[in-house]
Ligand binder design. Structure first.
Ligand SMILES: *Cc1c(COP(=O)(O)O)cnc(C)c1O
Length: 443
C-alpha cells in the first residue's frame, strides 16, 4: 500500500463505515487503492477534493426538497434553500450568467431538461455525428434524445488535404440547419480536442431561427478558468456536468441569461424530468464552485492544457497520430493505426490497464472500426494534473504507452514482461504524488 498523505485530515466517516459495514468499506478501500496506484487518463474523470467528498456525505442526503428555493413542496427546507441559493450564486459568478439550475442529477438529465424546455416530441435538433465526438444524449437511437426527438447531424472535415482536417465543418452545420430548420442547434462534445467557436455557431443558429445549446460537459473547468472561450453570451442555454474538468461531485448544471428560458428550464427539470433534488450533491457542487472561483484553479487548468500538449507531442514522437494534429484543450484522440495497422483501441485499452494506465478506446473521425473495437484511444489530463503531474511525468507516460503497446503487438509473453515492469514504475510514480484524499480510502 502507498504511504498515506500525512497532511490529509484523518477521516472519521471511513472509520465509522468500516465499523458498521466492513464488507462495503473493504470494496471502497480497494477502489481507493486502485485510484491511488494507477494513472487515470480517462478524459471525463477527475479526483474531487476531500472537501467536495465530505460535503457529498452529510445529513443533506436526508431531506426531500422538491421545488426550488422559497417554493418547496415540503416543510423544513430552510437550510436547503440557503445551500441551493449559494450553489446557484456561485455557479452564476463562475460562468458569468444570470440564471443557474443546480439540480440536474447528471449531464444527461441537464440535456433532457434543456430539450424539454425548447422542443416538443418529434421536433428536430442538429448535433455532431455521434461517433465523431458527440455524446449519447445528442441523439443516439436508444437514448431519450433519439427516441423522443429527431436528431439531424453535421460533420467534421474528413478530407485529409483540408487545412481544417478533423475539425468542425461549419459549412456542414449551416447546410444541415438550412435543410432541416431544427428547433435547436447543439454544440459541445465528448471527444473533440479543439476550441469551439461559439460565436460562429450562434450566427448559424440565428440564420436558421434555431436556439443554440452549448453542452460544455467536458470543458467546463477550462471555461470556468477562462482557458477556453465562454459560451456566453452566444448560447441561449448552457448545459454541463460538474464532475469532469470542473472537478466537483458527479452531477449536472443548466445555465441561461434569458428569463423566460430559465422558467421553462426549471419547469422542465422539475417536475418534468426529476423528482427531489440530491441536496448532498448540491452541497458538494457549491464547494466545487467555490474551489473553481479561487485563483489556483486557473493555474490548475493551465497545467491541464500544458500537460495535454506534452502528452500529444510525446505520442507523436513515438509514431502515433493525434487527430487534427494536436490539442487545444484537456484531451486528445490517438489514431493507433498510424503506429500499426492492426492496433485497435480495444487491445490498447486492455494492455495499458495491465500496466496501471487507465484509458478508454474511442473511435477516431470516420473510423472504419465499430465502437466496441475502434482505431483510437481518448486520453485526457484533468485527473493526472490534479495529483500533481507536470510536463516531465507526461513525457514518461507517453514513453510507457508506447512501450506497452509495442510489447502487446509482439505477443502475450512480451506483453506480460513489459506490463509488469511498467506497472511497478507506475506504482512508484503514483506513490510520489499521493491523491489529496489518501487517508479517506485506506487509513
Ligand atoms: C459526459 C457528457 C455528458 C453527460 O454525462 P453524464 O454521464 O450523464 O453526466 C453530456 N454531454 C457531454 C458532451 C458529455 O461529454
Amino acid at each position: 500500500m502507498p504511504t498515506p498523505n500525512p497532511d490529509a485530515a484523518p477521516d472519521a466517516s471511513m472509520d465509522t463505515l468500516r465499523a458498521a459495514d466492513p464488507e462495503v468499506a473493504e470494496i471502497i478501500a480497494r477502489e481507493g487503492e486502485r485510484q491511488e496506484s494507477t494513472i487515470e487518463l480517462i478524459a471525463s474523470e477527475n479526483h474531487a477534493s476531500p472537501a467536495v467528498m465530505a460535503a457529498a456525505g452529510t445529513v443533506m442526503t436526508n431531506k426531500y426538497a422538491e421545488g426550488y428555493p422559497g417554493r418547496r413542496y415540503y416543510g423544513g427546507c430552510v437550510h436547503h434553500d440557503s445551500l441551493e441559493q449559494l450553489a446557484r450564486d456561485r455557479a452564476k459568478e463562475l460562468f458569468g450568467c444570470r440564471f443557474a439550475n443546480v439540480q440536474p442529477h447528471s449531464g444527461a438529465q441537464a440535456n433532457m431538461a434543456a430539450f424539454m424546455a425548447t422542443m416538443k416530441p418529434g421536433d428536430s435538433f442538429a448535433s455532431l455525428i455521434l461517433k465523431d465526438g458527440g455524446h449519447l444524449s445528442h441523439g443516439m437511437k436508444l437514448n431519450f434524445s433519439g427516441t423522443f426527438f429527431n436528431p439531424v447531424h453535421y460533420a467534421l472535415h474528413y478530407d485529409k488535404s483540408h487545412p481544417e482536417h478533423e475539425r468542425i465543418d461549419h459549412d456542414s452545420v449551416r447546410a444541415v440547419c438550412r435543410e432541416h430548420k431544427p428547433k435547436v442547434l447543439l454544440c459541445g462534445y465528448s471527444a473533440y480536442p479543439r476550441v469551439i467557436d461559439f460565436a460562429k455557431f450562434r450566427e448559424i443558429a440565428d440564420e436558421a431561427g434555431a436556439l443554440l445549446i452549448a453542452d460544455i460537459a467536458h470543458i467546463a473547468g477550462l471555461v470556468a478558468a477562462g482557458e477556453h472561450a465562454s459560451p456566453f453570451p452566444h448560447a441561449h442555454i448552457v448545459t454541463t456536468t460538474t464532475h469532469k474538468s470542473l472537478r466537483g461531485p458527479r452531477g449536472g448544471l443548466i445555465m441561461t441569461n434569458d428569463e423566460d428560458l430559465n422558467k421553462a428550464i426549471n419547469r422542465a427539470l422539475f417536475p418534468g424530468v426529476q423528482g427531489g433534488p440530491l441536496m448532498h450533491i448540491i452541497s458538494a457542487k457549491a464547494v466545487a464552485f467555490g474551489e473553481a472561483l479561487r485563483p489556483d484553479f486557473k493555474l490548475y487548468q493551465q497545467q491541464v492544457i500544458a500537460n495535454a500538449k506534452v502528452l500529444a507531442a510525446s505520442l507523436t514522437e513515438h509514431g502515433y497520430r493525434i487527430t487534427s494534429g494536436g490539442t487545444d484543450n484537456h484531451l486528445m484522440l490517438v489514431d493507433l493505426t498510424a503506429r500499426d495497422d492492426n492496433l485497435t483501441g480495444k487491445d490498447a485499452e486492455a494492455w495499458l490497464e495491465r500496466a496501471g494506465i487507465i484509458t478508454n478506446k474511442n473511435g477516431v473521425p470516420d473510423d472504419p472500426r465499430p465502437p466496441m473495437t475502434t482505431s483510437g484511444l481518448r486520453l485526457g489530463t484533468p485527473a493526472t494534473t490534479t495529483r500533481g503531474f507536470k510536463e516531465a511525468e507526461m513525457k514518461r507516460i507517453g514513453a510507457w504507452i508506447d512501450q506497452v503497446l509495442s510489447a502487446g503487438m509482439k505477443g502475450e509473453s512480451e506483453l506480460d514482461k513489459v506490463a509488469d515492469t511498467v506497472r511497478a514504475e507506475v506504482r512508484e510514480l503514483c506513490a510520489q504524488h499521493p491523491l489529496p484524499h489518501a487517508t479517506r480510502c485506506h487509513a
